[in-house]
Design a protein. Sequence first.
Length: 344
Amino acid sequence: MKTEKHPYFASEEDFYAYLTPNADLSREVTGMHAFWKQRLLDCMTGKKTLPFTYDPFFKIVFNPDTHPERLSSFLSAILGRDVEVVTAIPVEHVLHDGKSVIIMDILVRLDDGSRANVEIQKYASGFPDQRISCYSADALMQEYHAAKKKSQSKSFDYRDVNKVYTIILYETSKSPYTDPEFADTYIHRGKVTFDSGIQLTLLQEFAIINLDIFKNHAYTKSREVNSLNGWLKFLTTENVSDIDTVIRDYPWLADIYKETANYLHKPEEVCNMFSKILKEMDENSMLLFVDEVKRERDIAFKERDDAFQQRDDAFKQLDDAKKRLEEMEARLNTLEKQSKTDAF
C-alpha cells in the first residue's frame, strides 16, 4: 500500500483493494475505457506521471489563480518576450452568433493589457485552421467590446483595443505540420504580414506547438536547454523513470513534480479528474476525429489508385511502343528481302 511519504501503491491489486469500500468509485474505475484505466493504474503505481496535457491536470500546474508565475514563465518562453499574467478571464461565453458556447482551456490578461488563450488539443483534426481563426476572432471581438465599455465617458478609439494571442498545443499532429519540410520544427509563431513589407500594428498573433514533433525530433536532436524546452519536456515526459533526467537539465521542475505527485495521496480526486477527462472527450469530438481520419484514408486510397493508373498507363505506352517497334522491324525485314530479290 501507499504511505504518507510514498504516494504510490505497491501494485494494481493494492489500488483495487483501496477502492473496494467505495462501491461507486470502484465501479467508475472498473468501467473506464481500457486505455484510461491502465493510465490511471500506471499513475497510481508509480510508472507514469499524471497526464499533464489534459485539461484538469494542466490546470493543476498552470492555474492562473494559484500559480500565475508558472503560466507567466510558460507564455514568456512561447512568445519570446517577458510577460506577466495579471488575472484569469472567464473561459466560457456565448459566441457572437448568440447560440454557440465557446469554452477555452486557459484565458488570461497579461501585464500589457493583451489577452492570451491557451488551448491543448489531443488531435490536430479536432482543431483545424479555421477553428483557430474563429477563436482568435472571437477573442478580438471580446477585447473590442471591453474597450467600448471602458470608454463610456469618452470617445471610443480603436487604438485602445488590446492584442490577442492564440496559443495551440497539439499532442498529435497532422499535415502540414508533419510534412518533410517541417519535420524538426515544433513551434510556429505567426501574425498577419504584407507582401510589400509594410509594418502595421494588427492585433492577432498566433503560436502553434507540436508536442509530438518536439518529443520525437527536435529536442532529442538539439538537446538545447532553455525555458521553453523545459516546459515542453515536462508536458511530454510520461515515464516516472525519466523524471531524474529531466530534473538534471531543469532543476526548477523538481518542486512541480513533487507537488503534482502529492495529488496521488488523494486517489479519489485523481480518479474524478480522469472521469472528467473522459466526459470532456465527447462523442462529437470523437466523430470529428474519425471523419478526419476517413478523409485522409480516402485521399490515400485515391493517391494509390492514381499511382496504379499512372503505372498502367505507362505499361500501356510501353506495350504500344513495343508493338510499333515490332511493326517497324517487320517492315524493315520485308524491305530487306524485297531488296535482295530485286538485286537478282
